[in-house]
Write a protein that binds this ligand. Structure first.
Ligand code: RP5
Length: 170
């Protein structure tokens, strides 16, 4: 049986209700074959669990932490305050404010504690995975090659869509 590799990316969520969005991050990490884990914890509902996770992540071999959270989204910032790993925050649309609450909570970090804030929702979740891959690719040639292939395939998709637009018109 193939041995499971230790995770190098942690995908952390404030609630299981964030999974439909954070599934985009997980899907892309799988596509790039990046060993990852999914961890549920809340800055507000389980502060000790959050703190313990943040303090131990680096020593467990994790290299990048992606955090999805909605509402008063403090999770990414709280984790970044207790770990020196790069933290990428994905604001989730979970309240009547449409994710603006989470976006501002994620982006408006005080100087000294960086969180890389993505856009709200699925595009942000997707870009969080791609940013994690870009960070890891700095030291991983095979990941770098996969990233180039991914970027090329997106460009080809645009060309294909152009062709189908042109065909539809004639
Ligand atoms: C945040 O509160 C979570 O990240 C989630 O986006 C939001 C709502 O959580 P639930 O009430 O659905 O568990 O902490």
């Amino acid at each position: 049986m193939k041995e499971k590799k230790a995770p190098i990316v942690s995908v952390v969520m404030g609630s299981d209700s964030d999974l439909p969005i954070m599934g985009e991050t997980i899907r892309l990490l799988k596509d790039f074959a990046v060993p990852h884990e999914v961890f549920l914890t809340s800055a507000h509902r389980s502060p000790e669990r959050t703190s313990s996770f943040a303090k131990k992540a680096s020593q467990r071999g994790v290299k990048v932490i992606v955090v999805g959270a909605g509402a008063a989204a403090h999770l990414a910032g709280v984790i970044a305050s207790q770990s020196i790993l790069p933290v990428i925050g994905v604001p989730i649309d979970a309240t009547p404010l449409g994710g603006m609450d989470a976006l501002l909570s994620t982006a408006q970090m005080p100087g000294g504690i960086p969180v890389a804030a993505m856009s709200i929702g699925k595009a942000g979740a997707k870009n969080a995975a791609l940013l994690a891959v870009r960070i890891l690719a700095l030291e991983d040639k095979s990941l770098k090659a996969k990233l180039h292939a991914f970027i090329e395939s997106m460009a080809k998709d645009v060309e294909k869509k152009q062709e189908s637009l042109t065909c539809d018109k004639s």
